[in-house]
Design a protein around this ligand. Structure first.
Ligand SMILES: [Fe+2]
Ligand SMILES: [Fe+2]
Length: 152
């Protein structure tokens, strides 16, 4: 029986439509990884999906950091630190999966569970802190400030 790895709910909203959309997209990529692990699609596909997760995560973090920066969120630095930690963990997972690819082409349930907690935990704990801050400041659904070009 295949369960759904992640389900979006309005409780997860951070009150910024573009960032909610990013989070939904990250959920989708994780779902793909989950489905791929059941379908036994092979190491190459898994690796590609992990790379997509990696790429989109970086893109999302950059966008989120620009919103926090623009609105002078006081906990920007600790939040950035959390983002860097998550990227490092993703790096480690990618390296590990690559190393294991010859023996096993499927990410373990442990890995999927870890990534689910990794994403939902961060949204619920850290992203919701800036959501509360924006709300308190009366900032409603702000746009994403333009970036430097390479991070979207
Ligand atoms: Fe975040
Ligand atoms: Fe986020």
């Amino acid at each position: 029986m295949v369960k759904t790895v992640l389900k979006w709910s309005d409780e997860l909203s951070v009150g910024v439509t573009a960032l909610d959309d990013d989070h939904k997209k990250l959920f989708e990529i994780l779902e793909q990884l989950f489905v791929a692990s059941f379908a036994g699609v092979g190491a190459e596909q898994i690796d590609q999906t992990l790379q997509e997760l990696h790429h989109y995560t970086k893109h999302h973090f950059a966008r989120e950091e620009r919103v926090m920066e623009t609105h002078e969120y006081p906990s920007l630095e600790p939040h950035k630190f959390q983002h860097q930690k998550l990227i490092r963990q993703l790096d480690e997972i990618e390296t590990r999966i690559k190393g294991e690819a010859e023996n096993s082409s499927e990410p373990s349930n442990d890995l999927i569970d870890f990534l689910r907690e990794w994403l939902i935990g961060h949204i619920q704990e850290h992203d919701h802190e800036y959501a509360t801050f924006l709300k308190e400041q009366g900032i409603e659904d702000p746009p994403i400030p333009a970036g430097t070009g390479h991070d979207g």
